[in-house]
Design a protein around this ligand. Structure first.
Ligand SMILES: [Zn+2]
Length: 214
């Protein structure tokens, strides 16, 4: 009895696999571009905390006339964002700035209206203001485009770290001079990386011309 049921199962499984394969080939041939796996910060309208007025109302506009919003500081801890006729109230909170273990004043941050986490920026996606966090606006959260770029070119991150050190170094000092040299080296490495990526792309497009898609 067991042997009989085993013999009868492979058939439906096989047809299913065949169907999937046909579908995959069809989507490649028809030029369907698979969706990008992760949404990036730059894909959404971003409202940084520094755009919030100390009091009263201001209007903020995003480049390319994609949107404009009016921001009203209803009270020190309450912001009303009005965009496209939709008003959303967002709570603001003061956070201490701590550098070197010492408290140096305070700064304001948003409390995300969706998940309640404190944030320096809010994003607008599919009609809602929220944040870049996981399970907030997007299940995976919003990624930083630079993080993706830096996977291909670590020099970008190294140069950034050196630049931050240079800001703290005394101008004209030996340390500042050495940092400048190291920054120049990283910039050369970044350029070399760009040339390498470009040449790889050229090679790939030539290969594509000769043989078609692989
Ligand atoms: Zn959130």
């Amino acid at each position: 009895m067991a042997g009989l049921s085993l013999r009868s199962t492979p058939l439906p499984l096989q047809t299913e696999a065949e169907e999937n394969f046909t579908l995959m080939v069809a989507s490649i041939g028809s030029g369907v571009i698979p969706p990008r796996s992760r949404r990036l910060i730059g894909d959404s309208i971003r409202l940084p905390i520094r755009a919030v007025p100390r009091w009263g109302t201001t209007t903020v506009e995003w480049p390319g006339n994609i949107a404009s919003a009016s921001l009203t500081r209803a009270s020190p801890t309450r912001l009303v964002i009005s965009m496209g006729g939709v008003e959303v109230e967002v709570e603001l909170r003061q956070w201490p700035i701590i550098t070197g273990g010492r408290r140096r004043g305070t700064r304001w941050r948003f409390l995300c209206p969706q998940c309640g986490v404190s944030r320096d920026a809010l994003h607008f996606i599919d009609g809602a203001w929220g944040c870049r966090g996981k399970n907030c606006l997007i299940p995976d959260g919003l990624g930083y485009p630079s993080r993706h770029r830096q996977r291909f070119c670590p020099s970008i991150a190294r140069r950034e770290r050196l630049r931050r050190k240079l800001i703290r170094a005394r101008p004209g000092s030996l340390k500042a001079r050495r940092l400048r040299e190291m920054i120049a080296q990283q910039e050369a490495a970044m350029l070399a990386n760009v040339r390498q990526v470009n040449s790889d792309l050229r090679k790939r497009s030539k290969r594509y011309d000769r043989h078609g898609p692989e």
